[in-house]
Design a protein around this ligand. Sequence first.
Ligand code: S3P
Length: 174
Amino acid sequence: MPLSKHLILTGFMGTGKTTVGKLLAEKLNCPLVDTDAEVEKSVKQSISSLFAEKGEAVFRDWESRVLKEVLSGPPRVVTTGGGIVLRQENRRMMRSLGWVVCLTADRDELLHRLKGDESRPLLQGNARQKVEQLLEERRGYYRDSDWVIDTTGKTPEEVADEVISAIQKEFSQV
Ligand code: S3P
């Protein structure tokens, strides 16, 4: 089913953007692109080694560059890194060129899902404290979206169906 604009998934780390994005792409028979994967392709290294070698600011520049490129292409399901909402420029681009669906989950469920994660540079050390701090800082930015969908206690399949019916209900054009 062709999309008339991008379907963009945002949300904190561990909310299931990547898994739900894959399901959405399958269900809608639509191409999928992930901004983190595009950054890794462009810099030819993993996000964690980019953070370690060049720092978060350099990663954020790449993230914005890649987002701009992705959004200038044909409509796709776009999955993003949890911090993409930090820059106003990114939020503005996403809101004007796509439907922005933000996935959320209860703090305890997030902590459970992210337990022992070693791939996310921002969670190394005291993960609980970091999750709480980042959630607090980003709460308002995540609300800057067309829909907010709580994934707590739901399967990725259920979340994907909820996203599709939210869009169908509003626009009847997916
Ligand atoms: C980040 C989330 C990560 C990745 C990077 C920074 C963040 O993506 O972009 O580690 O700032 O929340 P996921 O949300 O897919 O884990």
